[in-house]
Ligand binder design. Sequence first.
Ligand SMILES: *Cc1c(COP(=O)(O)O)cnc(C)c1O
Length: 342
Amino acid sequence: MAIVKADAYGHGGIVITKTLSKLGIRRFGVATIQEGVALREAGIQEEIIILGGQFPEQLADLVHFQLTPVISNVDIVEHLVPLVKNLPRPYPVHIKVDTGMARLGLAPQSISSLLQSNDFAQSLVLQCIMTHLADADNENTENTHGQVRVFQQMVDQLKKKGLPLPLLSVANTAGILFHPTSHFDIVRPGLMLFGYPPAPRGDLAVELKPVMRLTTNIVQIRTVEPHQPLSYNGIFKTKRKSRIAVLPIGYANGYSRRLSNKGAVLVGKTRAPIVGRICMDMMLIDITDLPDVQQGDEAVLLGNQGDRMITALDLASWQDTVPYEVLCNLGPRINRVYVSKE
Ligand SMILES: *Cc1c(COP(=O)(O)O)cnc(C)c1O
């Protein structure tokens, strides 16, 4: 199941989903019904699973667009059954069980009674039971082993009661990369599809290649006298006569303001520091030491330029977050260009 929520982690949900579908992926996970509807309206016909919770008033859309809910709350079954009980075939659903994340999910011991309830048995068909790992990127594997154990015990209980077993699914990216015992029938990669592990680690079993580059071009270069405060609030003051380049990208594009005076971009195949506050639509970089850099030159905010590279892991570490947030913040104002190798 390819996870393409949050606009495919900022990469463009429709194009990414269509591309993966061409490569043979038959199941897609998104967070919300709205995300699922957007994929359907773009013509995607594969199975679309709604991983997040659902509100009763959204269920008509869910059924209309043939989206598959992940049930993590018994109430939702009561609201769903009247909408699907007259359909020619039982409606497919997944169930989420909470094995230690303490976010969404039914208690493991409540699954068998739900499956045996009349409502469920008559109108719904269980395709998959899943759980979500809370700590699989931790080098200490104890919590993950505990979650897998709880999940396996639940499966054993269902077997003992003679209930037919659906497909089983546990692993996110970190589970796939670091915990073979969490793989079961369906794995649910999100971040790794886009070329990143959750955190830098030396022990990756597969080579991941970042999918996205984020580039802009220098819109203006100015020479600034020493002691000149730059941008809002003057949090950077030039120490010397400086060449400062203006980049037409800012926090409204999803490049975090927390990188003010902190981040760097690649220009002229070198890292140039961001100076002063990042604005809504612009930011400044110091190119005093790069005399060959000209107006119009490419600046790379994410990805490689020549053999230099800035990764989403770098951007995450500079602003104390995870590569997930760096990628999915990149907003709709950024023009996405897809390069095909065919
Ligand atoms: C987001 C999500 C995933 C994907 O997680 P990654 O760490 O990006 O691989 C898998 N399963 C569920 C339920 C999710 O919400």
